[in-house]
Ligand binder design. Structure first.
Ligand code: SAH
Length: 400
């Protein structure tokens, strides 16, 4: 077995349970280690720390899959992990249930399967491979997924950024079962129907939908009664629908994607809330500036931009962007109203995010007071030693 030797001073996080071995932590690699092969990770004294797949070109050359020396990293282990992920959702998280059958089925490191994301859309699964090692086991993983869930179709979804670094190609579409025209699923009783990513004429983002905001949508629903709501970066209107059902007087959804807004409108129609929600296509920043100029104010503003920091190197710039967006959003909050501000940038910590909200608010002579901190729901679980795995931060604040 090829072995990866760590440098002194780089052992502690891996020992504690952090699943990533960074390139700068590696002293040397013994033996031929082709991309995607299983490698053992040893501390500088030669003690076994764990075993994972090797990605030679990545800034994270090893993602640890097992910490048991006598556990081979093979199809049988991956099958056990898939089974455990499905069982956890069923037995502990009550997923799927009558209200919700769209959720994250496999959350990479959290499920002991780094490099693999699988979302469930009812009986259809959407799988995304992020490392060459997982991709190399895709056929057996597919069999496990179908065996443990009874899925009727599995589609593969590309992740161009990872594929470029890891060196593999993906043809988006079904890899098991018949083609599906639409991903049809329920979330908290709403029924969505979204064209899968890569569909002719345009399809959904990510694997199709953002399941990570389920709990924040529920929180917004509870806060919406009697309020005018602005849903910025609405995608297919998850927060808009929640607000409408929660009793908002009216909702304005803003997104740059016409596809997303059309899908939101169809969903709103089906749920009987079409007349409560207005849709505006445009750049959220420009729309915010225009609304401010027109003296429009809202009692609840949801701000959920796409990831603004791809990695640690973009953090400085991203802080500036978050600050500006939060300033613009605070301006639109009526005195004493609420702001629900989100960041899905893994590189930014919760503390830093609070700071950009605070400074953004002060930039427009307002004060933000935190009422609640929310984030990704438990189907997006993370190892305790992997704090940055909690990438989604949502702050419910009163803006005075
Ligand atoms: N709030 C959504 C998820 C948002 S994902 C939900 O609950 O599901 C980020 C969204 O931002 C995407 O829908 C994308 O189309 C949109 N977007 C990206 N850049 C934008 C811009 N400059 N202005 C407005 N929307 C933008």
């Amino acid at each position: 077995m090829p072995t990866v030797h760590l440098r002194p001073g780089h052992v502690q996080p891996v020992w504690t349970g952090h699943p990533w071995v960074f390139a700068q932590a590696i002293a040397k690699v013994d033996g031929p280690a082709p991309a995607g092969s299983a490698v053992d990770v040893l501390d500088p004294r030669g003690n076994f720390l764990g075993r994972g797949f090797f990605s030679p070109e990545s800034a994270i050359p090893v993602r640890i899959v097992t910490r048991k020396h006598d556990e081979p990293l093979d199809d049988a282990l991956l099958d056990q992990r898939v089974k455990a992920a499905v069982e956890l959702r069923r037995a502990v998280l009550d997923l799927p249930n009558r209200e919700t059958d769209g959720y994250r089925l496999i959350h990479a490191e959290g499920d002991g399967l780094p490099g693999l994301i699988v979302d469930a859309y009812g009986p259809v699964l959407a799988a995304q491979f992020l490392t060459i090692g997982m991709k190399k086991h895709s056929e057996s993983l597919l069999r496990s997924l179908v065996a443990h869930t009874g899925a009727t179709t599995v589609i593969e979804v590309a992740s161009p950024r990872h594929q470029k670094i890891e060196g593999f190609e993906v043809r988006e579409g079904p890899v098991f079962g018949p083609t599906v025209e639409r991903l049809v699923f329920r979330e908290r009783g709403f029924t969505w129907s979204i064209q899968p990513p890569g569909a002719p004429g345009g399809g959904g983002q990510k694997t199709g939908y953002y399941f990570d905001q389920r709990e924040t949508r529920a929180a917004v629903e509870q806060l919406a009664r009697g309020r005018r709501v602005l849903d910025l970066y609405s995608y297919v209107g998850g927060f808009s629908l929640a607000s409408a059902r929660g009793g908002a007087t009216d909702v304005l959804a803003v997104d740059s994607s016409q596809f997303a807004l059309d899908c939101a409108a169809t969903t709103a129609e089906g749920a009987g809330f079409r007349e409560k929600i207005r849709f505006q296509r445009g750049d959220a920043r420009k729309v915010m500036a225009q609304l401010a100029e027109d003296n429009q104010r809202f009692d609840l503003v949801v701000l959920d931009p796409p990831k603004l920091a791809m990695g640690a190197k973009d953090l400085d710039e991203a802080r500036g962007m978050y600050r500006k967006l939060n300033a613009l959003a605070c301006k639109l909050v009526a005195p004493g109203g609420l702001l629900v501000s989100c960041s899905c940038s893994q590189a930014m910590t919760g503390g830093e995010f609070l700071r950009v909200i605070a400074t953004g608010a002060r930039d427009v002579q307002r004060d933000a007071t935190v009422l609640r901190l929310l984030g990704q729901p438990p189907d997006h679980l993370v190892p305790a030693a992997f704090p940055e795995g909690r990438y989604l931060k949502c702050v419910v604040a009163r803006v005075g």
